[in-house]
Design a protein around this ligand. Structure first.
Ligand code: PEP
Ligand code: MN
Length: 340
């Protein structure tokens, strides 16, 4: 057969593949809508695994099994992501299942205008999770401690206006109880990873709705200590935990330009040791905007389920952590070129 004739056949086949794919995506979307109506979880990892195993069993000799796995994983993710981006309201528990999880926003909520501006820019990039500290754990008691509940009111208006979810740290159980409805994803910071009473209360307070909890690794915690801390929350009633690596303190900090030593290899270890999602915070790991996106890329390459990145519209005016903040535009370029 002539090359042109073969190419003709291939073009026809490609047409069929695409129209079959479109049909498949529509059926999967119908299933997702039925699941949402009946309150069933959208993601079904067992079903996804069975589909791939069944196809692998068919032994198409000229098809590399890796191609089947990669192709179908892409198809599954594409369908789910289209749904998550469709604007259909979903619970935060569902929204957080999208991969990669991208959480961005300023270190601290500084004003109504600041958080609204940043939220607007980030939401236009398709980011759903807005971070912003209202209760800041500061080394010095004389430094800005955050706007507290008032800051969370500003954050709430921003997330409602821009179709996002709020991610914020609480330092004690009272702060969580008082502000529970303003927080979509609860953050326990590095300094509090081993505050066992706090872990128990947060797990208990959120046990009725399983609101997601981001648990950051203590900067001197071992992997075992980190996993036990998660276990405290699970045993208190909320298994919906996301582990966040954010760099650890080692002898390097005696003279390194890095604020912390980036614990990238821990992604590999945690992915082996636990089913919990693992995200990476390259902002606190490096302490310098210059290195943030290289670490972010490395973290995703190593299998991290997502990123938490500090982002500010005017980093040099940021009240806290301006040195490590990147702009929404820098994040957008990174996501478009390297992630989406
Ligand atoms: C933060 O993410 O706002 C923060 C304070 O980080 P960490 O707890 O990792 O220091
Ligand atoms: Mn910070």
């Amino acid at each position: 057969m002539e090359i042109s004739e073969l190419r003709n056949k291939i073009d026809h086949l490609d047409d069929s593949i695409i129209s079959l794919l479109a049909e498949r995506i529509n059926l999967a979307k119908e299933i997702i809508h039925l699941k949402v109506q009946s309150g069933i979880e959208i993601e079904d990892k067992n079903r996804e695994r069975d589909i791939i195993l069944n196809l692998l069993d068919k032994h198409y000799e000229n098809i590399n099994p890796v191609l089947i796995k990669k192709l179908f994983t892409l198809i599954f993710n594409q369908t789910k992501n289209e749904f998550y981006n469709s604007g259909t309201p979903v619970s935060v528990q569902e929204a957080i299942k999208k991969r990669p999880i991208i959480i961005a926003g300023p270190c601290a909520i500084e004003s109504e205008e600041q958080i609204d501006n940043i939220a607007e820019r980030l939401s236009l990039t398709g980011i759903k999770f807005l971070r912003g500290g209202a209760f800041k754990p500061r080394t010095s008691p004389n430094d800005f401690q955050g706007l507290g509940s008032e800051g969370l009111d500003y954050m709430l208006s921003a997330v409602c206006k821009h179709g996002m979810y709020s991610v914020t740290e609480v330092l004690d159980a009272e702060q969580l109880e008082e502000n529970y409805d303003k927080i979509d994803v609860i953050q326990i910071g590095s300094r509090n990873m081993s505050s066992y009473a706090l872990l128990k209360s947060v797990g208990k307070l959120s046990s009725y709705d399983h609101k997601p909890i981001i648990l950051k690794r203590g900067f001197s915690a071992t992997i075992k200590e980190f996993l036990y801390a998660a276990e405290y929350i699970i045993q208190a009633g909320n298994p919906n935990i996301i582990l966040c690596l954010r760099g650890i303190r080692t002898f390097e900090q005696m003279d390194s330009v890095f604020r912390n030593t980036p614990d990238l290899a821990s992604i590999l270890e945690l992915k082996d040791k636990t089913e919990l999602p693992v995200i990476y915070d390259p902002s606190h790991a490096s302490g310098d905007s210059k290195y943030v996106l290289s670490l972010a890329k490395a973290a995703l390459n190593l299998g991290a389920d997502g990123l938490m990145i500090e982002c500010h519209d005017s980093p040099n005016k940021a009240v806290i952590d301006g040195k490590q903040a990147i702009t929404p535009l820098q994040l957008e370029e990174f996501l478009v070129n390297e992630v989406y």
